[in-house]
Ligand binder design. Structure first.
Ligand SMILES: [Zn+2]
Length: 506
């Protein structure tokens, strides 16, 4: 170490001699060394991601070979059963299935997506998008792929460029890539995104009218969970209000879609035809718009339709004796006050009570084993979402699937039923995915790659109980299912006291 006050040490005659670095020089050298290490890591990460893209491409190419795709497809017997399984599909879904059967290519694609998503614990939608991005980068933006492989730009730079590039017509790709790639090499992602978007606007040959039309086709209504019992319907409010509103919009959209399908013969005009072809996303967006601007949809829907969202409330919380949070379906814990308010006076919510110690759901109202409606409700509470590994589509819009195939003799019983969203329902029947159901609603899945996955029900549930037989005169006013609300001191004393069962029938 040296300081400016000290006289410099005289240099010895040795040619190799180099003076001790000053503190300033040392700090500068260390700064360079530390930051270089991070930049080198970034280059390595980019190179590893580029290799991953090559592997995604290999996987796609492999799965598209006809002899591979046909083997990833389930056997034809399953296909026939899936298409005719009226007990587990709504009428329009069965019709859609019959008209829209997945071919080998589709099953193969969904197999590689689900296998990769489960293995890497990434959402299927993300893997699906990455497969597309890989194909696009390789085919339409080769210079970007090279820059990315060499670690010159990050994966986020590459996908930002791609997002703009793929909205341009094919013949514009090369010119656009040439114009923006050099910017990607010198700008942070945020600024680069802005630059690329502006360049793309300038370069796009279509008029704003045409582009607006295709952007409008992407309209949708979006609900998102926010922390602390809140949510967004891109209106920030309580989770239960925003969720109930979203569910109401969804119920209306589903009901409109049913009346729209199939399209009536000879629609009057292009506009009518376009109205008929609206996707569920578009319908939800149109209904949101109509309700906010007019208070009623053009079809006269407004009053009378309510969403049905379930909340699960611990008994003691409901009685105000405890502050344990309640659970809102599809969201998670909400505050006890909000739960009590909803349970008290909000139509459109289904209230479920849980045992104070075990958390087992106690009652679904009039639960009877053979009552299909009650069983469906029971299953919906148990599952909450599609039961395929990693899937979070809500049970309310999913099919009820027979784990052991109904057409193959599987029972219509709670321990042989589980919710599967439409794509996973079909994937189960049409691919090499296999599943068995264990007691307690646990599903054990085996992937086409022979990997095992387990999915547990969202809520532990006692079995749906039949009503107890009525003995003696019917003097009891309280329905059987609410007997748990009675404090123990109201029960007639019995002797001898029976042992307490694991799951006491409160
Ligand atoms: Zn699913």
């Amino acid at each position: 170490m040296s300081s400016p006050d000290q006289a410099p040490t005289p240099a010895p005659d040795d040619d190799d001699y180099s003076p001790e670095p000053t503190l300033d020089e040392q700090v500068q050298t260390d700064l360079i060394r530390h930051t270089e290490l991070i930049a080198a890591d970034d280059r390595l990460i980019a190179q590893a991601q580029a290799r991953r893209i090559e592997h995604l491409l290999d996987l796609q190419d492999w799965s598209e070979q006809p002899q591979v795709a046909s083997r990833l497809h389930g056997n034809p017997e399953n296909i026939r059963r899936a298409d005719t399984n009226a007990a587990t599909m709504t009428e329009d879904r069965a019709r859609a299935a019959a008209h829209n059967r997945w071919d080998d290519h589709e099953v193969a694609r969904r197999t590689i997506v689900s296998e990769t998503a489960c293995l890497t614990r990434v959402a299927e939608r993300t893997i699906d998008r990455q497969l597309d991005e890989a194909r696009y980068l390789w085919s339409y933006a080769p210079a970007t792929f090279d820059a990315f492989s060499n670690g010159e730009i990050s994966y986020r730079h590459a996908t930002t460029l791609l997002d703009q590039l793929r909205t341009l017509p094919d013949e514009e790709h090369a010119a656009f890539e040439e114009a923006v790639l050099s910017e990607a090499k010198r700008m942070p992602v945020g600024r680069f995104r802005d630059k690329a978007r502006r360049l793309r606007e300038k370069q796009h040959p279509s008029s704003i009218v045409i582009r607006n039309k295709s952007a409008l086709a992407e309209r949708h209504t979006l609900w998102e969970a926010a922390p602390d019992g809140m949510g967004w319907l891109h209106w920030y409010g309580t989770a239960h209000d925003t969720k109930a509103a979203c569910d109401r919009i969804n119920s209306m959209a589903v009901s409109l879609k049913r009346t729209d399908d199939p399209a009536p013969a000879g629609a009057d005009s292009d506009a009518d035809e376009e109205q008929q072809k609206r996707t569920l996303d578009q319908l939800r967006a149109d209904i949101t718009r109509a309700l906010l601007l007019d208070g009623i949809t053009p079809d006269g829907m407004g009053a009378g339709i309510r969403g049905t969202v379930m909340i699960t409330v611990p008994v003691l919380t409901l009685l105000g004796l405890d502050e344990e949070p309640a659970t809102l379906e599809g969201y998670g814990p909400i505050s006890p006050e909000a739960a009590r308010e909803i349970a008290g006076n909000c139509p459109g919510f289904t209230r479920l009570l849980t045992h104070p110690e075990t958390g087992v759901v106690l009652s679904l109202g009039k639960t009877q084993h053979k009552n299909t409606k009650a069983m469906k409700k029971w299953l919906r509470v148990r599952d909450e979402t599609c039961r395929f590994p990693g899937c979070s589509r809500p049970a309310v819009t999913s099919d009820v699937d027979h784990t052991d195939d109904w057409a193959g003799g599987g029972r219509t019983d709670c321990d042989n039923l589980a919710h599967l969203c439409e794509p996973h329902h079909r994937l189960k029947h049409l691919s090499q995915w296999r599943v068995t159901q264990e007691p307690g609603g646990i599903l054990l899945w085996t992937s086409p790659g022979k990997r095992s996955y387990r999915t547990d029900p969202a809520n532990p549930m006692g079995p749906p109980r039949p009503r107890p037989p009525v003995v003696g005169p019917k003097t009891r006013k309280r329905p059987a299912d609410e007997s748990y609300l009675m404090a123990p001191r109201h029960r007639p004393a019995r002797k001898p006291t029976p042992p307490v069962p694991d799951n006491p029938p409160f």
